[in-house]
Design a binder for this molecule. Structure first.
Ligand code: THU
Length: 136
């Protein structure tokens, strides 16, 4: 199984492919499945700004579209001194596939912090809540 340092490295590599003509803010991500598979992604911007896809979601969607749905961790790499934590929509999309996924947030030097998705999105609206309601 890959180490978290290696996952951060893969996210940093993916960051080089970021398509960021509007913000110049590069984000790379690498998501690790429970089976040890890794999918990487970057942010992809658009002239219609709201259509931008974040790096985290690119990596996650690549995995899900290949039939992978169980994840252990996702590493996120940016070129900043401060670590960058995922935006709200990415938190919600990650939560869909597991509140215990570990989010490894790395800065430009590869230093990182780890937080579970559930701690990044307290009082979340989750698939489990929807199911509770359906069964009641
Ligand atoms: N961005 C991400 O890729 N992930 C985040 O969690 C936050 C923001 C991207 C979107 C946009 O391309 C750029 O960073 C600046 O907001």
């Amino acid at each position: 199984m890959v180490s978290y340092e290696e996952l951060v490295q893969i996210a940093a590599e993916a960051k080089k492919k970021a398509y960021v003509p509007y913000s110049q803010f590069r984000v790379g991500a690498a998501i690790l499945s429970e089976d040890g598979l890794i999918f990487s992604g970057c942010n992809i911007e658009n002239a219609s700004y709201g259509l931008t896809n974040c790096g985290e979601r690119t990596a996650l969607f690549k995995a899900v579209s290949e039939g992978v749905r169980k994840f252990k961790a996702i590493a996120i790499s940016t070129d900043t001194e401060e670590i960058t934590s995922p935006c709200g929509p990415c938190r919600q999309v990650l939560l869909e596939f597991g509140e215990d996924i570990e989010v490894i947030m790395a800065n430009v030097h590869g230093d990182y912090k780890i937080c579970k998705v559930k701690d990044l999105l307290p009082l979340a609206f989750s698939p489990a809540k929807l199911e509770e309601e359906r069964l009641s």
